[in-house]
Design a protein. Structure first.
Length: 169
């Protein structure tokens, strides 16, 4: 190959350098107008419980993989069992830009692949915000802490490949 062509070729970005794009989804119950029920109104609770939940897109989301083998964290939060060798568990950092979707436990990220029309569904199993909620009760200094959960930092989450959508979504 000509050395000049080699120098001018576009370099392929490394896996660590690529920002992964997905679609963050949430399963919520919608009222007759297509809006989520008002959780602050007790009169809507029975109707929300009776409604068929629908998947709602929260918009595009960007994240980077911090640890492509976050199995210890996945075991600590019950996402996988010890010995589940084919589990795909990633510690990721979501884009913290203002207005970017903020992931929460129970949501899903659909990750597009290079194959047209093929996406991989990942469940959000644990987030920094969920474990560091200032409104959560203080269990005191004698509470047992799981050191695996201290791994999460702001904007970070554990996502696990969904093998069977019926189990999560």
């Amino acid at each position: 190959m000509d050395p000049i062509q080699t120098l001018m070729a576009d370099p392929a970005p490394s896996a660590e350098a690529e920002a992964l794009a997905g679609q963050l989804l949430d399963r919520v119950s919608l009222d007759a107008s297509g809006e989520p029920f008002n959780d602050d109104d007790p009169q809507t609770w029975a109707a929300a419980d009776a409604a068929e939940p629908e998947l709602v897109s929260l918009g595009p989301v960007r994240f980077r993989v911090i640890d492509p083998a976050a199995v210890d964290l996945a075991i600590a939060v019950g996402a996988v069992e010890a010995g589940d060798d084919d589990a795909i568990c990633w510690l990721v950092e979501f884009d913290g830009a203002q207005g970017a979707p903020v992931p929460a436990i129970g949501q899903a990220v659909l990750l597009p692949t290079k194959v047209p029309g093929v996406t991989l569904p990942f469940a959000v199993w644990a987030t920094y915000a969920d474990f560091n909620d200032p409104a959560a009760p203080d269990l005191g200094p004698d509470a047992d802490r799981n050191p695996a959960l201290d791994l999460l930092e702001p904007n970070q989450a554990l996502v696990v490949l969904i093998k069977d959508a019926e189990d999560v979504l």
